[in-house]
Design a binder for this molecule. Sequence first.
Ligand code: C5P
Length: 218
Amino acid sequence: DSSLVIAVDGTSGSGKSSTSRGVAERLGLRYLDTGAMFRAMTWWLLREGIDVRDAAVVAAAAHRPRIESGTDPLAPTITVDGVDVSVEIRSHEVTAAVSPVSAVPEVRARLLQLQREVIGEGGIVVEGRDIGSVVWPQAEVKVYLSAEPDARAERRSAEQGGTDVASTQQSLLERDRIDSGRATAPLTMAEGAVHVDSTHLTLVEVIDRIVGLTGHVA
Ligand code: C5P
């Protein structure tokens, strides 16, 4: 079914990206990484020299950057004003600033509109924090992906070429705290979401489980 929408939400470092890309690839669907859009907004604010801790200034600037996401699960791309920033948005600086930026309602409103445009007619796996709750509550399949903090920190630190596990864990938990505590579209398990704990599962097992959920969709 090419109009299928699969929403994958969850905590930082729970494996949402690898899982979502794998599911999209397996089912021949498009893929949207909404976290990359928030990171792109944050990258642009930092580059403009805007104080990302000043919510009023961030709110006033949020309409300015043109952010575009590719939807190929094999080659996800994200551009700001036509420039590919796929690598830059993964920097420490962006990661440390993205959660406060994402708590600003004007930022969310702007990106929500872009996200809904990309989802369009469906046929897509969308990952984020508020996809099943706010962006696309009508998604046929909703997954809440989690993993124990030790597992998340170890995986993320390995991905980054062996960064310190303790400080990686601290940074993941700090983002979870801000993302879950904000007033607008906090990270939460959406109504109708299936909880998958990936702590003791391999990537393929998680992908299989989610692909299995689509079997029940008419
Ligand atoms: O998924 P990723 O870790 O790259 O997301 C980066 C940040 O973007 C999150 O920590 C969160 O603050 C924000 N985000 C969000 N809503 C989404 C996706 C990401 O607030 N749907």
